[in-house]
Design a protein around this ligand. Structure first.
Ligand code: BG6
Length: 502
């Protein structure tokens, strides 16, 4: 059952993922998919909408009419007001009769793709309708929660404890769709499935680490209403960026199993500390302003649909944080995410220390101006999207009669190595819920540790009257203070996906 089936997520991600799982034979035979939402709609109308959505999302071209007919025979729509518990009795009997017709046992998955305010009321109504079996019962119910899971530490704890009175932790799947991305999963395999890199990933060799999750889009598809309540810190940094940080910084787990991996991620979150004593010196907020981006006149955030003209909501955040443990002590982690940046790109860049002696130099030119520069430090880059890759930047001798260094890149590009495309994050994650594997989902203690870390920043930005995010022009890499975060230490942000910086 998908609660919130009229929404954007159902059409753009969930149904296309379920269709692909069905087509590739990962979905159990006879599975029924039931869209649940408030709007009046017939099964056929829902099927047509979902056909259009799957067609639009399809990576493999047109969906054949025969295949769709077969798939959609098990696709239904039920109208339910999720905040009206009385309607759940009817939902229960409808679901039971569909199951009886198909000869299904009653193993159920509920995907909460709704407004977060409906999480607790919906689960309460499921519970009161007798739809939540004991977690040891073979007829299970698992519930997936879309983010945001809470809007600060206090509300996340409240939500968790409310849910725990009705659901066992094994039945709760808090989704962070970044963890379903192939390239994100590969971080652990690359680190712990090879022996030559891991000995270098520590304070002895690493100068600093940058994590960038940049988006070029603004408030398209009516997202303004949600975004202005959320902002970059809650929307992406607290979850996606901190999860990436955990994967790159964590210790090897004792076993490659859900809880052991999450134990290690939790330890990273518990050792996170601010990069400076005053919040404004380590956490920078920005907000985009109108500018020409390519040929397009991009609006400023305050001119976007459903955004108040005096909004102080941040559309960009940069942070300097420390992971205060034996391995990483003294290594700064610079994090940044934002909307309306020059490109959509997510990557982790590990910059190693300079060689101890500068024996070699090289000539670098920009236009007509050339200068003699020292070796660039080595860098290991995990490109999560687009042009998924892992690159290692090293120096080599430029052919010729002198010793001149030349930076080169050794690349592993997914598109060169694998002919099949990468699976969509939601395909993998939905399948994992069906399998009962919660490795790629966030545990409540992890989530609370992440909220605990960002909470003081949220409080500063939301409750102190003197706070204003620093403006940056749409299409640029964020406000000036974000640059200063690194330049004060003689460093600068990488410019991902530029010719020089591939
Ligand atoms: C979502 C955020 O979690 O991730 C969105 O709410 C953001 O604001 C999206 O656009 C980015 O996802 P992806 O998979 O395109 O990186």
């Amino acid at each position: 059952m998908i609660f919130g089936a009229s929404g954007d997520l159902t059409a753009r991600k969930l149904l296309p993922a379920l269709y692909t799982l069905w087509k590739t034979r990962f979905l159990p035979d006879k599975s029924q998919i039931i869209g649940v939402a408030r709007r009046e709609k017939t099964d056929d109308e829902f099927r047509q909408e979902m056909f259009d959505a799957c067609q639009q999302a399809s990576r493999t071209g047109e969906i054949s009419a025969d295949e769709w007919a077969e798939f959609s025979a098990n696709l239904y729509y039920k109208r339910v007001d999720l905040d009206d518990p009385e309607q759940f009795q009817k939902l229960k009997s409808d679901v039971e009769s569909l199951e009886a017709k198909a000869g299904l046992s009653g193993r159920r998955l509920v995907y909460m793709a709704t407004d977060p305010s409906l999480f607790l009321p919906s689960v309460t109504a499921l519970s009161e309708a007798g739809m939540i079996p004991d977690h040891t019962d073979p007829n299970w119910l698992r519930v997936v929660f879309e983010k945001p899971f809470g809007h600060d530490l206090e509300s996340a704890i409240e939500l968790s404890s409310g849910l725990k009175s009705m659901l066992h932790e094994d039945q709760i799947y808090r989704i962070d769709h970044d963890l379903g991305k192939e390239t994100v999963q590969n971080i652990l395999l690359f680190r712990f499935g090879n022996s030559i890199f891991e000995p270098l990933l520590n304070r002895n060799h690493v100068d600093h680490i940058e994590i960038t999750v940049a988006e070029s889009q603004g408030m398209e598809r009516g997202r303004g209403g949600y975004y202005d309540k959320s902002g970059a810190l809650r929307d992406v940094l607290q979850n996606h960026v901190l999860q990436l940080l955990c994967l790159i910084a964590m210790e090897p787990p004792a076993l490659f199993r859900g809880n052991e991996i999450r134990d290690e991620k939790l330890k990273v979150l518990q050792t996170l500390s601010p990069g400076a004593s005053k919040i404004d010196d380590w956490a920078i907020a920005g907000q985009y302003t109108a500018a020409k981006v390519g040929n397009e006149d991009a609006k400023g955030y305050r001119e976007e649909e459903r955004i108040p003209p005096d909004s102080t909501r941040e559309t960009f955040v940069a942070m300097e944080v420390a992971v205060d443990n034996w391995r990483w002590s003294g290594v700064p982690f610079y994090l940044r995410t934002g909307k309306r940046l020059p490109k959509r790109v997510s990557e982790i860049a590990i910059q190693f220390k300079h060689p101890p002696l500068n024996l070699f130099t090289t000539v670098e030119c920009e236009g007509d101006i050339c200068e003699l520069v020292e070796a660039r430090p080595n860098m290991l880059i995990f490109r999560i999207q687009p042009q998924e890759a892992i690159s290692l930047k090293t120096s080599t001798k430029r052919p010729g009669m002198q010793y001149q260094i030349h930076p080169v890149t050794m690349d592993f590009k997914y598109s060169d190595e694998f002919v099949t495309g990468l699976p969509e994050a939601y395909e993998r994650l939905l399948l994992d819920v069906l399998r009962g594997d919660s490795t790629l989902f966030t545990r409540s203690d992890e989530l609370e540790a992440a909220w605990a870390f960002v909470d003081p920043v949220l409080k500063r930005w939301e409750t102190e009257p003197d706070f204003q995010p620093e403006p940056y022009a749409a299409g640029t890499w964020g406000p000036k203070k974000a640059e200063e975060l690194l330049s004060k230490d003689g460093r600068e942000w990488r410019k991902p996906l530029t010719e020089k910086n591939g």
